[in-house]
Design a protein around this ligand. Structure first.
Ligand code: MN
Length: 407
């Protein structure tokens, strides 16, 4: 693989093969940029110098206009940026623009303005774990689970960029044999998820075919779908999640293009029973993506890794999720976010939420500062990480999705 003339430190999440898109501010307002090594390349400046196609969409304050352009334009821009970062050194220098900033010296904002937000429930291990805890006396998987990607419409206005403080939500909860009370949640949890961001979208009434999903999915981000389990447990019957989920959802600041992830796509897991025709796909829709959850108390300078797992085993794939979400003809648009649902693996060290890692609070986690956690305490910081790594290929990463809990 050709190297970039921009220095990329060993082990960086952002080599030339990645080129994820974000929105940054270096003091001149919000601009679109791509990450390369420790730097951001300012696409407003690059577009101003006429060095890249689709300049108008790239001179906006979020990615939505660019997302609306569609797959061939995304490909064109990515190709041109790759060229500028390999052979285009003099082109950028001759343009006399101030195009690079250190990531550490800019503020990163939400890269897209979310229109709609959907959260799925697509890890079979997670669904079984929660089923066992919430409905101990029945089959942990409800009858629909293997037939359709279960999901719900979430709240897009509370999607926040990594680094945003998470206020401990209040709500109504009920302890057994006592009347309900209102107050701060005592069971604040995380959900390790990965989400995809959509492009141009469809006409109202026209479903998206699973095999066309690649035309509609621009890229992926890490998602922490913060959850108040005590509020959730009391409110969720019979209509599903509401206030226990909608107080904050954090996303990582860089959208990794599907085109960068293509070398890491793998077959999804086998599905039994075979899904209905509208959910069948050709090609590989699993993503060989490693995930990690770090947790640090106020007393800790470095987080402890409390969970490690892989996204490759998710039962329902992105293509199936998109086909299912639009089978009724609903409209999706540029910047909609579709989150996977909590990613859990088969073993306790691979669970993607505290409710699973502590088994409903029964088995507390021991942190390296000597304290224990059932759920999150004020001051705790959670950092999600994700990266793809495969022999013979450059490692590409998502950066971090971080949030600190405040009272
Ligand atoms: Mn979730």
């Amino acid at each position: 693989m050709t190297a970039s003339w921009v220095e990329v430190p060993e082990g960086s999440d952002f080599p030339l093969a990645n080129l994820p898109y974000g929105v940054f501010d270096s003091g001149k307002g919000r601009r679109i940029g791509i990450a390369i090594g420790d730097h951001v390349l300012d696409l407003y400046a690059v577009a101003d110098a006429g060095l890249v196609p689709h300049g108008a969409a790239l001179q906006d304050v979020d990615l939505n206009g660019f997302l609306a352009l569609g797959r061939s334009s995304w490909h064109e821009v990515r190709g041109r940026l790759t060229e500028l970062l390999t052979d285009g050194r003099t082109e950028i220098q001759d343009a006399g623009i101030d195009a690079f900033h250190h990531q550490a010296e800019v503020t990163l904002h939400l890269p897209f303005t979310p229109g709609d937000y959907v959260d799925f429930y697509s890890s079979i291990e997670h669904a079984i774990n929660l089923g066992r805890m919430f409905r101990p006396d029945s089959d942990p998987l409800l009858p629909n689970w293997r037939h359709l990607p279960v999901g719900y419409h979430g709240r897009s206005s509370t999607i926040v960029v990594s680094g945003t403080e998470i206020h401990r939500p209040r709500g109504q909860t009920k302890q057994e044999d006592e009347p309900p009370t209102e107050g701060p949640t005592r069971a604040l949890d995380i959900e390790l998820e990965v989400g995809f961001v959509t492009g141009p979208g469809n006409e109202l009434g026209v479903p998206i075919d699973a095999d066309d999903a690649g035309d509609h999915i621009f890229g992926m981000v890490l998602v922490n779908d913060w959850s108040a389990r005590d509020i959730q447990r009391w409110e969720y019957v019979p209509l599903g999640p509401f206030l226990g989920k909608s107080f904050a959802t954090s996303v990582s600041p860089w959208v990794v293009p599907l085109e960068a992830l293509a070398p890491y796509m793998v077959p999804g897991p086998s599905q039994d029973p075979e899904p209905l025709p509208y959910l069948r796909t050709v090609g590989d829709w699993g993503v060989d993506l490693q995930l990690e959850v770090g947790l640090a108390s106020v007393a800790m300078s470095e987080p402890d890794v409390i969970s490690r797992n892989s996204f490759a085993g998710m039962y329902w794939t992105m293509a199936q999720q998109l086909a299912h979400a639009t089978v009724n003809g609903t409209r999706i648009g540029p910047g909609d976010l579709y989150a996977s649902g909590t990613v859990s693996g088969p073993d306790p060290g691979t669970y993607g939420s505290l409710i699973e890692l502590t088994w409903g609070g029964r088995d507390p986690i021991q942190l390296s500062d000597g304290s224990q956690r059932r759920y999150l305490e004020d001051g705790d910081t959670v950092a999600l990480r994700g990266w793809c790594e495969r022999e013979g290929l450059p490692r590409i990463g998502f950066g971090e999705c971080v949030g600190t809990v405040v009272p």
